[in-house]
Design a protein around this ligand. Structure first.
Ligand SMILES: Nc1ncnc2c1ncn2[C@@H]1O[C@H](COP(=O)(O)OP(=O)(O)O)[C@@H](O)[C@H]1O
Ligand SMILES: [Mg+2]
Length: 394
């Protein structure tokens, strides 16, 4: 080979190296991973997905789909080799697996330390209480503790919660009597988690705030109202119809909560508003259902800022593009429509943004998709989107 050619091929491979993409690895392949992946792809960032089963909403959209358990260290190693940075779409991944990735020299955002604090609702609440953040009165449910003792500590009624793996209310029970307690204790303990009890908050509104943080920046999204049905998030209204002072308080508490767990990345903080007092309920260390409206409703979506944050890139603007945005979850219903009908009803309204996650199977109450509307008249948006939701069955 002539010198000239050798020089030329060197130059070529350097150019290739510069253009070689960066890859974000996401543990989990559900809708949150899918929407994060879509944001990453738009910015020219590659993605790798690790999920228990194949054909997941996110897994089908990447060339780098790793199928299997996060406890499989061989698989985890292969996955890590593919990724520059690793993040997650749910907090249930054992923090030891994240620690393993960190020991391999990978950056995991949020860190295993933050996840260890958040994935156990008792440790999470202790971290908040230690930082002076108002939370419901709470206590660990030790093995032989009696109903009366718990009631005297946290009042009646109280909420019994699985410390780990609870979501969409599946790990919770409202307790009024000793009988409720015994039944719920049996049921929730079968989920292999220890329990905690906390006082019931007679809130009149639930709020949520998304917070995104890098080593250099911290930004909050608008405070939103969330409406749960059967403990599952159903409607999100942005901004929440509350006073400026309350908004500021909610924002401050959300920021303090993230700092209390040394959090970097994106976080959804859930709060209760009761008698003009705001109490933190819990936090999710990832994009959150209460932030789906940001895809069309804000200058930069929660998913894009999530991806920016894991790479420690500059964050995007978080303000609303119109005065209001409203989102409704499309939850699984008993008789799903055929695709043709579902798209007909979902798409005939010109100003509705339809998201269908592409899950293989629909179940009652399962999050199958969502719709969002943005505009300047919040009351009208709520009325219109509520009517549209009724026309779509997934
Ligand atoms: N202490 C409480 N007092 C009143 N309602 C509660 C309390 N804790 C939870 N809830 C209700 O149950 C819903 C789900 O509970 P949460 O603790 O957020 O669990 P999950 O992890 O399932 O989201 C909350 O959004 C709220 O509506
Ligand atoms: Mg919750």
């Amino acid at each position: 080979m002539s010198n000239k050619l050798v020089r030329h091929s060197c130059f070529y491979s350097e150019t290739m190296a510069q253009l070689k993409n960066i890859t974000v690895g996401i543990l989990g392949g559900g809708q949150l991973a899918k929407m994060s992946l879509q944001a990453a792809a738009r910015m020219g960032i590659e993605t790798a997905i690790l999920e228990k089963h194949g054909n997941s909403p996110a897994g089908k959209l990447t060339h780098h789909e790793f199928i299997g358990s996060v406890e499989n260290t061989l698989l985890l190693k292969k996955f890590a080799q593919q990724c520059d940075v690793i993040t997650l779409e749910n907090e249930f991944i054992d923090h030891h697996s994240l620690k393993f990735l960190e020991r391999l020299g990978k950056t995991v955002i949020p860190s295993s330390h933050t996840i260890a604090l958040i994935q156990d609702k008792l440790l999470q609440k202790e971290a908040f209480a230690k930082a002076g953040i108002p939370v419901p009165r709470f206590v660990a449910v030790e093995k032989n503790i009696e109903f009366k003792q718990l009631a005297s500590l946290v009042g009646l009624p109280f909420v019994l919660k699985s410390r780990k793996m609870g979501y969409d209310g599946y790990g919770n029970a409202l307790i009024r009597t000793g009988r409720d307690f015994n039944e719920a204790k049996r049921r929730l303990s079968a989920r292999h988690s220890t329990l905690l009890a906390e006082s019931f908050i007679d809130f009149y509104m639930e709020l949520a705030v998304m917070v995104v943080r890098t080593k250099k920046e911290l930004k909050t999204y608008p405070v939103v109202q969330t409406i749960q049905k059967n403990h599952i998030c159903h409607t999100v209204i942005a901004p929440a119809p509350i006073s400026k002072n309350l908004m500021r308080d909610a924002e401050e508490l959300a920021v303090e909560s993230v700092k209390a767990v040394h959090g970097y990345g994106i976080f959804g903080v859930e709060l209760f508003l009761s008698d003009e007092m705001i109490i933190v309920n819990e936090m999710a260390p990832r994009p959150h259902n209460s932030g789906h409206y940001t895809i069309e409703g804000c200058v930069t979506s929660q998913f894009e800022n999530h991806i920016r944050a894991v790479f420690n890139f500059p964050l995007g603007e978080t303000s609303l593009v119109k005065k209001s945005a409203v989102m409704i979850n499309l939850l699984g219903k008993p008789n799903p429509q055929k695709a043709s009908e579902r798209y007909l009803h979902g798409l005939k309204n010109l100003d509705v943004h339809l998201h269908i996650y592409g899950k293989q199977e629909s179940r009652q109450g399962r999050k199958m998709g969502h719709i969002t509307m943005i505009g300047d008249n919040q009351k009208q948006l709520v009325k219109k989107i509520t009517a549209i939701e009724k026309q779509i069955r997934l």
